[in-house]
Ligand binder design. Structure first.
Ligand code: OAA
Length: 211
């Protein structure tokens, strides 16, 4: 896929809620729902730059920040470990300064207030007070397994208040069409019943087989 085509897909995915993208993918590529934005207003959408870390160690995360391209979403498997952070406001500030689109981590961050002030979208499993180490184990820019999902470099990562979905690059066009259709159906269904008790009862009767 050319990079301008991928950019156009990313722009279009950014307009969709994760719920519809999840439905289009049958829920198969959603990260563990414990992974949520540090601020509920934050959203993220971009090319995946995956990083594999040892629990509580961030040297290879720093390599990922150095090697990723502007617009990439750094997505890190930090083994779900919550006692030591792999990033605080300093490391997140590096990501923002180098133009990355966001950070998703199956692990912990710290300096929550500082990160919120940076206004750079961070999605994580949890937060902690303790720093991590820099011993060097891990790999950057390789396929990973993160919070139950395989992520390849160049997949599309989309996150909002509901959670994070990974769109495999080779399925992106088809998923975009299906997700848009789902969004339209959800809107019609909602508009049809909201504030209209007769329509609400008719819907329930139909689904319950009493119509
Ligand atoms: O320096 C580190 O590796 C982690 C940290 O506390 C920060 O990013 O502020």
């Amino acid at each position: 896929m050319s990079s301008s085509h991928l950019d156009s897909l990313i722009t279009q995915f950014a307009e969709l809620p994760t719920t519809c993208i999840s439905d289009a993918l049958a829920g198969l590529t959603n990260l563990d729902p414990a992974i949520k934005p540090l601020k509920k207003e934050w959203t993220v959408c971009g090319r995946a730059y995956p990083v594999k870390l040892r629990a509580a160690d961030n040297l290879k995360l720093l390599q990922g920040i150095r090697d990723a391209q502007p617009g990439d979403v750094l997505i890190a498997d930090a083994k779900g470990y919550l006692y030591n952070a792999v990033a605080g406001d300093f490391v997140i500030g590096l990501m923002k300064t180098l133009g990355l689109a966001g950070f998703v981590v199956d692990g912990a961050v710290r300096d929550v207030s500082g990160i919120q002030e940076l206004d750079f979208p961070v999605f994580c499993r949890g937060t902690t007070v303790a720093a991590g180490g820099k011993s060097g184990a891990g790999e950057a820019g390789v396929p990973i397994s993160c919070a139950g999902v395989t992520v390849h470099p160049g997949d599309i990562v989309v996150g909002d208040v509901d959670g994070v979905v990974v769109v495999p690059a080779h399925q992106a066009e088809e998923v975009l069409i299906k997700a848009r259709e789902k969004l339209e159906k959800d809107r019609e269904r909602e508009e049809g019943v909201l504030g209209n008790p007769d329509a609400a009862r008719a819907y329930l009767d139909r689904v319950l087989g009493r119509g």
